[in-house]
Write a protein that binds this ligand. Structure first.
Ligand code: SF4
Length: 373
């Protein structure tokens, strides 16, 4: 199997209220230059192989500017054998880039944009601490189309506090009207230490319960399916032929490179994360070979048992599901009453030698997957 590459840019202009990703306030030019040079050094010493996709995420990668982004992509294509039809994604915010930048990035080789809308409603954007508007999103997608991007993805968040069930689903209506090729819809999660979680703890906002969140999910799924999107993974929807190859590779337990501070990777049977500190990361790239001594390798080489668990919990996120191996059949048999009830309730399906969760099953996937691993 070919590999993929993830490159992390941990800078943001402001911090969204729900976000616990590793990101720092936007650096000055010297910092951005130093970080880019560090990425180039890490790329330049990576083991060579074929790549089927590349993903620039963050943070806000656009902060690096088009010249540096293009140089990084050029370095990746020089170091690796990037497949001719590779999916090359850049994550952006709706107000990150103008038309000229989008055209330059398209010419540089990026062929997919993942745009973080999150909510189409002003009050949703305010609760989440986003600094753009729905109009910015429309301008951005229009500019992207004119720049030649024919593969756009948009992210939305539901179960936003202060919005009703119907209002939460309105963002999906807005997106379906805009018609990006791909939509990711994530339920809001309250991560420790974020301003949104502190507001929840202080009682100034209240979270939607499981039932309301489930209702929103059901509405969003039905709405997007009705507009021609295939629901191909718990949180992801795509027009035919536009499922994210980068993410499918991840859910199929494929290996991938990790470039940049706090990036997560999986290479040669080991999962790891690059040091979560930009200065330490920059220092680490100064040698002839990237110094991974302070990166985190929590599990070492993953065992066969761990690999099987990953195959189950990542594969069951997808509509394709997983191959029913004799070992898995035996597990289903050992708790036959439970799994028969799941099948009768339409949560789980066994056919064509595969095991799948249905859309209803995805809502309760944790309780089912726990029984399998
Ligand atoms: S732009 Fe993205 S990475 Fe940056 S703070 Fe917001 S959610 Fe987090």
């Amino acid at each position: 199997m070919t590999r993929t590459a993830y490159l992390h840019v941990p800078f943001c202009r402001s911090k969204c209220r729900y976000c616990d990703f590793y990101s720092r306030p936007c650096g000055n030019e010297d910092q951005l230059e130093a970080y880019t040079r560090a990425l180039l050094r890490q790329i330049g010493t990576a083991e060579r192989s074929a790549l089927s996709s590349i993903y620039f995420g963050g943070g806000t990668p656009a902060i690096l500017g088009t010249r540096r982004l293009a140089a990084l992509l050029e370095a990746l294509t020089a170091r690796f054998s990037v497949e001719a039809d590779a999916e090359i994604t850049l994550e952006i915010n709706p107000n990150s880039l103008g038309c000229a930048d989008l055209s330059a990035l398209r010419r540089a080789g990026f062929n997919r944009l993942s745009i973080g809308l999150q909510s189409a409603l002003p009050k949703g954007l305010a609760v989440l601490g986003r600094t753009h508007t729905a109009d910015d999103f429309l301008r951005c997608t229009d500019g992207a189309r004119r720049a030649g991007f024919s593969n756009l993805s948009a992210d939305m968040i539901f179960a936003v506090p202060g919005l009703s069930v119907k209002e939460n689903a309105l963002t999906a209506v807005f997106l379906a009207d805009c018609g990006p090729e791909h939509i990711s819809a994530y339920e809001l999660s309250y991560e420790a230490g974020t301003p949104l979680t502190r507001a929840l703890e202080a009682g100034t906002i209240s979270a939607h319960g499981d039932e309301a969140a489930g209702e929103m999910y059901t509405q969003i799924c039905a709405l997007l399916r009705g507009q021609g999107y295939e629901h191909y993974e718990i949180s992801n929807f795509a027009k035919p032929g536009f499922a994210s190859r980068h993410n499918l590779h991840y859910w199929a337990c494929g290996e991938y490179y990790a470039f940049g501070a706090a990036a997560h990777g999986y290479l040669n049977g080991r999962r790891f994360s690059v040091v979560r500190d930009t200065d330490a990361y920059i220092a680490r790239t100064r040698g002839e070979v990237y110094d991974e001594s302070c990166d985190d390798f929590p599990a070492g080489r993953i065992s066969d048992e761990e690999a099987e668990e990953e195959r189950i919990f990542l594969g069951l996120r997808t509509a394709e599901g997983i191959l029913l191996t004799p070992a898995l059949e035996a597990k289903l048999e050992s708790q036959a009453a439970f799994f028969t009830r799941c099948e009768e309730a339409g949560l789980l399906a066994r056919n064509g030698g595969r095991l799948r969760l249905t859309e209803e099953g995805w809502r309760v996937s944790d309780s089912i997957i726990t029984k399998l691993i």
